[in-house]
Design a protein around this ligand. Structure first.
Ligand code: EPS
Length: 410
């Protein structure tokens, strides 16, 4: 029999200029409120950000739920969502012509050879970041589950565009004011001065007919220790988050906590000292506190009770108005790469995608551990785990074998 997963997963389908994008989410328990306003808000945020191209003026992404939801709540069956493309013209060869001059940095060249054609159109339509609209819709369901079942919250923003970087620090206590600051920023960063600097960079990049990238960051608050697993590499939550983030179009690196900077410190300077604060025993950390969070909340592929911190780097978009050196795939003669309407900077949009896909991976790991068929059952499993974890150490008659001569091992 073909192997199928019962885990929380999703699949997207759809081309950039086809009739629609579709997302199907599997493994959602019954009873999750599927708030389309929240999904549509995330879709609108993904369309925004300073530096986007003309396409976003044509589209108003909203989700239509086709299956899996009754009276606003999930019923345990697959949830299918549809986002219509207003700019649908895939079979119109005049408006959607073949692309023979691949863009360096894009999927064009490798894809056209892989699928044995010289028309990059057939690769680029699916490689396009338009697909991330479906991914945000799908993964936002994981985000809803995190909040409704486990009271876990997620916050993403733009740390830098080129060299314009915000130094604002992020904490759960400040989350409300941070969301406000980010939502007031044209680039989804955290302070007005950096926003202005980033907008200046994007304006200059546009007048130079160039493109620009940046760094995005995502924090996940309120996870208890023990989500994910160190037993198998593919169960490690950092591996799962890393894969999801690297799967976002144009991402070239992902980090957890200090990420690549870990190698610049000694062990004694890097690892986050463990302490116990009995006043915090009823929080998801179960009272285990740290004076730093260089590990980004993950040790051994599992949450450790500290916030999960993920960073991602988006390269500049490969479609440049001024073109880049390339070749014509039919004649093999040198030609500049083909221009298609595109964005100058989509780092703000990418921060929304990252925030949601990270949330989905965390939700999926929570469901691996506590998953039931309904919200009520899953929450019960979670509460039962926390109750037992708080009572550690459990009674054990041979807890210390050296106390009992009969258990001495020869
Ligand atoms: C993209 C090219 C542009 C972007 C697109 C990603 O598409 P178009 O050629 O239709 O203007 O606008 O992003 C989106 C459509 C979106 O919704 O994010 C690309 O080549 O990746």
């Amino acid at each position: 029999m073909t192997q199928h997963s019962t885990r929380l997963t999703y699949q997207t389908a759809g081309e950039s200029h086809g009739p629609a994008l579709i997302a199907t989410v599997l493994g959602v328990p019954a009873g999750v409120e599927i708030d389309t306003e929240i999904i549509n808000r995330e879709l609108a945020r993904r369309q925004g950000g300073y530096g986007r191209g003309g396409r976003q003026k044509l589209e108003t992404d909203t989700v239509e739920i086709l299956t899996g939801v009754r009276l606003g709540k999930s019923i345990g069956s697959p949830i299918t969502m549809l986002i219509k493309n207003r700019d649908s013209r895939l079979d119109d060869l005049e408006r959607t012509p073949p692309v023979y001059r691949p863009r360096p940095g894009h999927a064009d060249l490798a894809g056209s050879i892989k699928w044995l054609t010289t028309d990059c159109r057939e690769t680029l339509e699916r490689a396009s970041a338009r697909e991330t609209a479906a991914r945000v819709a799908a993964s936002c369901i994981g985000r809803l589950m995190l909040k409704q079942i486990f009271d876990v919250e997620v916050f993403g923003f733009v740390r830098s565009i080129l060299d314009a970087q915000t130094d604002v620090e992020v904490s759960h206590e400040q989350m409300e004011s941070l969301i406000k600051a980010r939502d007031e920023s044209a680039t989804y960063t955290l302070d007005p001065k950096t926003t202005e600097h980033q907008c200046d960079i994007i304006r200059k990049t546009k007048s130079d007919k160039d493109t620009v990238g940046g760094d995005v960051e995502c924090h996940v608050f309120n996870c208890p220790p023990g989500i994910g697993s160190s037993m198998n590499w593919y169960e490690k939550l950092d591996a799962r988050i890393g894969g999801a983030v690297m799967g976002i179009q144009a991402f070239k690196s992902v980090g957890i906590g200090l990420g690549a900077q870990c190698s610049k410190r000694l062990g004694s300077e890097l690892h986050d000292p463990i302490a116990f604060d009995p006043a915090k025993v009823n929080s998801p950390s179960l009272g285990f506190v740290r004076s730093s969070n260089n590990a980004g909340g993950l040790e051994g592929g599992m949450t450790n009770g500290q916030p999960i911190v993920v960073t991602g780097t988006m390269k500049p978009i490969a479609t440049l108005l001024k073109g880049l050196p390339s070749v014509d795939l039919n004649t093999k003669s040198p030609q500049d790469s083909q221009y298609e309407r595109s964005d100058i900077c989509a780092v703000s949009a990418a921060s929304v995608v990252m925030e949601n896909v990270v949330a989905f991976e965390v939700a999926s790991a929570f469901m691996d551990k506590f998953g039931g068929d309904s919200v009520i059952e899953t929450r019960g499993n979670y509460d039962a785990f926390l109750d037992v974890a708080r009572t550690l150490p459990l009674d054990h008659p041979t807890a210390d074998p050296t106390d009992d001569p009969s258990t001495v091992i020869a």
